[in-house]
Design a binder for this molecule. Structure first.
Ligand SMILES: [Zn+2]
Ligand SMILES: [Zn+2]
Length: 361
């Protein structure tokens, strides 16, 4: 097959990439919002999403807008009254009260028009008292829109088992390998019942470490922004830079899961095309279907560098390919998604493609 481009298959869509889940001095980050914006512009991101803890101050200070070509949204990270069950919410104008039950704030934020993601749900790190883990604990909740399936900071701190692990500190991105397997399984299980979107989060804090005479900054912001990224296929209107239209388009795409997650450390995934095409000439991006997909259908995957490409169906690898372009034919309904690896390191995870009627068993 000849090379093809996103524009050929998904005519009205363009790809944008950015960093979601960024903390600043408005909560416990140690960097100013404007520094993050300038770093994001330097490394060529299309969007940034600030999510300080329990505050929308960056929005009140006017940071939610286009900064030249950089779309900047201000959401926030909600928590319960024990400071647990962190929840990233986008598209709201006010901070909700802390509550004892996550279900309460999930519902209140939804009512206020918010789109919400369970943050770093399977975080485990018990090595440092100062940085305890905050996994999601209340799995009885419903009505959330998605899950942060890959969190850069969680995975990095998990690897940092001792202050002597200096190599992790100087080469922080080297050790980001893959999204937690148990979380991917959980994500698949949810998605067999109803659509649950996935995002990758940076969880940038750029905190300082002081140990004896040594003091240095972990993860300078430019390095952080060259790690886990969320890519979205959005309507071309987004690029006209009318902020309120672009915001609507952005929120819709992230909610519907129209895109994929990449780790820049393994290569720039810009230009990746992952879609499903049917014999009647329709093409679908990843995410919640807006119409019925007629079977048989074919997945097209085109990536900017050689890698191993897996088709996952109902949580299991069912077809594999290698190279820069692969097609997978499918004939059965199910919950499909694409995972792309370079050796043992994950590079790209697509959002799911649900095919057929729920539940997808
Ligand atoms: Zn958090
Ligand atoms: Zn956070």
């Amino acid at each position: 097959m000849d090379n093809f481009h996103l524009s050929d298959l998904l005519e009205s869509l363009v790809e944008i990439k950015g960093a979601v889940h960024i903390h600043t001095q408005y909560s416990d980050g140690d960097i100013e919002a404007r520094e993050v914006i300038s770093a994001a512009q330097t490394v060529g991101l299309d969007f940034l999403v600030f999510t300080d803890h329990m505050t929308l101050q960056a929005k009140n200070e006017g940071f939610e807008q286009f900064h030249n070509d950089l779309f900047t949204l201000v959401g926030y990270e909600h928590n319960d009254n024990q400071e647990k069950n962190h929840y990233l919410v986008f598209g709201v104008d006010a901070v909700e009260k802390e509550q004892d039950s996550p279900q309460k704030y999930i519902q209140k934020l939804k009512k206020a028009g918010g789109i919400g993601f369970l943050a770093h749900p399977s975080e485990v790190r018990n090595y440092f008292k100062k940085y305890p883990s905050y996994p999601w604990t209340d799995w009885s909740v419903t009505d959330f829109d998605g899950i942060e399936i890959w969190n850069q900071m969680s995975e990095w701190v998990e690897n940092l088992r001792s202050w002597l692990s200096f190599i992790y500190i100087f080469y922080p991105r080297r050790f980001i390998q893959n999204a937690p397997i148990n979380l991917l399984h959980r994500w698949d299980e949810y998605n067999r019942k109803q659509f649950v979107s996935g995002i990758g989060g940076v969880d940038a804090h750029t905190f300082h470490i002081k140990k004896g005479f040594i003091a240095f900054k972990i993860f300078p912001i430019k390095v952080e922004l060259k790690g886990i990224r969320t890519h979205l296929y959005v309507d071309k209107e987004f690029c006209k830079r009318d902020f309120s239209t672009s915001k609507k388009i952005f929120l819709e795409a992230i909610k519907q899961g129209n895109g994929f997650i990449s780790n820049f450390r393994r290569g720039d995934a810009t230009g990746t095309v992952i879609c499903l095409t049917t014999s009647d000439g329709k093409a679908f991006p990843p995410g919640k279907n807006r119409e019925v997909v007629e079977l048989p259908a074919t997945f097209y995957v085109s990536i900017p560098d050689r890698a191993e490409i897996n088709l996952i169906k109902n949580g299991r690898i069912v077809q594999q390919g290698k190279g820069t372009m692969v097609e997978f034919d499918v004939t059965d309904p199910g919950l499909y998604r694409i995972e792309i690896f370079k050796g043992k390191n994950a590079w790209i995870y697509s959002n799911p493609f649900p095919i057929g009627k729920y539940p997808l068993y």
